[in-house]
Design a protein around this ligand. Structure first.
Ligand SMILES: *[C@@H]1O[C@H](CO)[C@@H](O)[C@H](O)[C@H]1NC(C)=O
Ligand SMILES: *[C@@H]1O[C@H](CO)[C@@H](O)[C@H](O)[C@H]1NC(C)=O
Length: 394
């Protein structure tokens, strides 16, 4: 056995190497191109071995999904999936089966599109996914089924891959990705002619930041939606980076917790800041009507659920003139919170019949799987007014 001092020397050397690597990584990340690759992870996906133009691979009925492209005003081509609800598919199966499969050049010619456009009761969820992968990655495909598959459901889904992701062209930036989201909503409003009160915008993880950015642009145009659902979100990118661990394991800036000054300095290098809390506050102020659902699982090891507390506080605060001090806010929130057991709870902030903000913290769900859990689908049903009706239950 080696004498103790040399073990200590070895350990010290390891610490020195790890620290140097960490510092070098942080320096490298001040490069915007590399930083965006780390934040968006758009090049990590499985289209090399799965052609996502064949959605049957992910368990969908043949032609239940129509892959198609649309363009953004700045010239990018965005790849999207139109997912039709299975119950509706069943009623038109033979006609749908006769149509060509794969990425369609003209979606307006498909039966699925006509069913979305011509039915005055059809509903549409526009889905903004998290970083990495494509519309077909991981729990995402399962989540489309949980959300839309009831036998009498007429809830369609539009899911997109942002620029630089999957088959979409370009390279992601905050402004670019929001432009893609806005273009998706414009497609729904202008091409599919679904009015905004039959549209819910749903985002998970990075997709919550996209949602906040997109909804803010529409609030500025005076357009409100049936509802907005944010799953596993965060208040801003700099805020998140001080707490976030990649895949739950590799910490970014949390090792520097004892040096807030240094953390702050390093976050000043973040190029895409995704200020969701501020954007949501703005949306709440500008909207005539808002149903905002903020959902997060307690056992999310990638983004701590307390980030959703921050989103709720910012949105609720914006329903008041001048804002509430933190103590008063906490008191009011406690009064409208119900305990769901095992640390789970629901808080409902009802500023008026037309402005309702709801935070639901779940005991289970992790970071991505939660998308497939009933509370997310239930939030969409409530936003569409397909629940027992009228007031949202506390
Ligand atoms: C959709 O866009 C991608 C990327 O530009 C392109 O490769 C593909 O051929 C397009 N598909 C159709 C049907 O136009
Ligand atoms: C609400 O906004 C005011 C004014 O910006 C701020 O002072 C206050 O701390 C905020 N309250 C909460 C609960 O965030």
């Amino acid at each position: 056995m080696a004498p103790l001092p040399s073990i200590f020397k070895k350990a010290a050397l390891h610490v020195l190497i790890l620290t140097s690597l960490y510092v070098l990584a942080l320096i490298a990340l001040t490069n915007p191109w590399l930083q965006r690759h780390v934040i968006y992870v758009h090049k990590i996906h499985t289209t090399w071995w799965h052609d996502i133009n064949k959605p049957e691979q992910f368990g969908f009925a043949k032609n239940q999904i129509t892959p198609f492209n649309f363009s953004t005003p700045d010239g990018e081509t965005i790849y999207a999936w139109h997912v039709m609800p299975l119950g509706l598919y069943a009623k038109h199966e033979s006609e749908i089966l006769q149509q060509p499969s794969g990425c369609t050049g003209d979606i307006t010619k498909t039966k699925a599109f006509r069913l979305l456009k011509d039915d005055p009761d059809s509903r549409l969820i526009i889905n903004f996914h998290g970083n990495a992968g494509t519309v077909a990655q991981g729990w995402r495909t399962d989540s489309y089924r949980t959300i839309s598959d009831g036998s009498s459901s007429n809830i369609h889904i539009l899911a997109i891959d942002y620029r630089g992701f999957g088959y979409s062209t370009g390279f992601p930036t905050e402004d670019g990705v929001i432009t893609d989201g806005v273009a998706a909503v414009d497609w729904a409003l202008q091409v599919a002619k679904v009015p905004s009160d039959r549209i819910v915008i749903l985002g998970q993880s990075l997709g919550t930041a996209v949602t906040a950015g997109v909804v803010e642009r529409f609030a500025k145009r005076g357009i409100d939606f049936a509802g907005v659902v944010l799953v596993a979100g965060f208040t801003s990118m700099p805020d998140l980076l001080t707490e976030y661990s990649i895949a739950g394991y590799i910490p970014l800036l949390s090792p520097l917790k004892s040096h807030p000054g240094l953390q702050k300095y390093l976050t000043s290098y973040v190029v895409d800041t995704w200020e969701s809390a501020a954007r949501l506050a703005n949306v709440v102020r500008l909207s005539k009507k808002i149903r905002l659902f903020i959902i997060h699982a307690k056992d999310d090891h990638e983004i701590p659920w307390t980030q959703s507390e921050g989103l709720f506080a910012a949105a609720a605060n914006a329903t008041t003139d001048g804002g509430l001090d933190v103590t008063l806010f906490e008191k009011m929130k406690a009064r409208s919170t119900i305990d769901m057991g095992e640390g789970a709870f629901i808080s409902t902030w009802k500023a008026s019949e037309n402005k309702i903000i709801r935070e639901e913290i779940l005991a289970y769900g992790h970071h991505s799987r939660v998308l497939t859990y009933a509370p997310v689908a239930l939030a969409a049903l409530k936003a569409f007014g397909l629940d027992e009706g009228g007031v949202l239950p506390l």
